[in-house]
Design a protein around this ligand. Structure first.
Ligand code: KG4
Ligand code: ZN
Length: 340
């Protein structure tokens, strides 16, 4: 089975061809990503209108490159999958309308994919991971703890009550005068800093359950940064990065206890999963709970179309070939416990 995947929910235009080979290393036949970072970094964040326009300019070239690199003709593709939400509506429309058009013209199924489902299944594209597992999904727009019981059986245990972890890292990086995207910039600067230098509150310390909050950390950072000297920036970056990680791990411990079934592993996913210190801390948590730890390779943590194609493969394996309605709407908000 060979699937063409398309991703355009934020600031990366991406097209990929993925197959369901039992040999993991042979699954991704191509994964073309055209990043818009250079366009948005001038503004310190994604400008939705520019993002939509640039998806429109790049999508055709991305798809052609993905097919060429995979050495495959569209007629030999089995289905076309595209991110239908959540995300920025303009970009989602570009990706889904393109996918639907190709599907109609080539007479192939069109499969609407939830972007978060793409992130959460990526670890299974690169490893053999059994259900159930605990998912920690940390991206630019979302933060979710969920017990993953099977394909499309996602039990949300907790989520952020305000900002996502990635959003907070991006905003604090901007306050520190670091380039967009802020997560990698904070990670890099942290290498020279002392993570014990500045103290941050622990969010929702006494609250039951595993909901998280990051906006208080962002406010605390803003107050500290107002009085900060240039020489202290690395210490601030390292302390803030550590505060975010501690907030995640503190609630992740509760999430483990909230799982109904005996989980086999803890899976970290989403753009923030590229953070090495976070990976180490989640790995330690898994070790403490005698379960395995998985995260996608760093290059597949941030948005890409291979994860969208793979989610379609997982769905077809479970449900057989199907077509989402061609009238399927794009959904700027769309959680994983309500996919279909
Ligand atoms: O999943 P993603 O690529 O896009 C969304 O679906 O939102 O996540 C992007 C987020 C951004 O906030 C970015 O700063 C963060 O992931 N990020 C990181 C790292 N690389 C990307 N955060 C911390 N450390 C990193 N190395
Ligand atoms: Zn994403």
């Amino acid at each position: 089975m060979k699937i063409l995947g398309i991703e355009s929910s934020c600031d990366d235009t991406s097209a990929a061809v993925v197959c369901d080979s039992s040999i993991i290393e042979e699954r991704i036949l191509s994964n073309i990503i055209s990043s818009q970072i250079d366009i948005h970094k001038e503004y310190g964040g994604v400008v939705p209108e520019y993002a939509a326009r640039n998806h429109m300019y790049s999508i055709e070239e991305c798809i052609n490159k993905a097919l060429n690199k995979a050495n495959i003709n569209i007629n030999d593709i089995d289905a076309i999958a595209a991110t239908s939400g959540p995300g920025l509506i303009g970009g989602l429309l570009v990706g889904t309308v393109t996918a639907k058009t190709i599907a109609i013209m080539a007479n192939k199924p069109f499969i609407a994919i939830n972007h978060l489902e793409g992130h959460l299944l990526t670890a299974r594209l690169c490893n053999r991971i059994d259900f159930p597992f605990l998912l920690i999904l940390a991206s630019g727009g979302h933060f979710i703890f969920a017990e993953i019981l099977d394909i499309n059986q996602y039990n949300i245990l907790g989520q952020t009550i305000d900002d996502s972890a990635g959003e907070c890292l991006d905003k604090v990086a901007k306050m520190l005068g670091l380039p967009y995207p802020g997560g990698p910039a904070i990670e890099k600067l942290s290498e020279q800093g002392d993570s014990n230098r500045f103290k941050f509150p622990m969010p929702l310390l006494r609250r039951k359950g595993c909901d998280v909050s990051f906006s208080g950390l962002k406010t605390a950072a803003r107050l500290l940064i107002e009085k900060l000297e240039e020489k202290d920036k690395a210490d601030m970056a390292a302390s803030f990065q550590m505060a975010i990680i501690k907030a995640i791990i503190n609630k992740a411990k509760k999430a483990v206890d909230m799982c109904i079934q005996n989980i086999n592993s803890i899976v970290l996913a989403g753009g923030v999963a590229a953070n090495k210190l976070l990976r180490l801390n989640v790995e330690q948590l898994a070790y403490d709970n005698k379960v395995k730890f998985y995260a996608p390779p760093i290059t597949l943590c941030s948005d890409n179309a291979a994860m969208i194609a793979w989610a379609a493969i997982e769905r077809i394996h479970k449900y057989g070939y199907y077509s989402s309605p061609i009238t399927q709407i794009t959904r700027p908000r769309w959680n994983i416990d309500n996919i279909m």
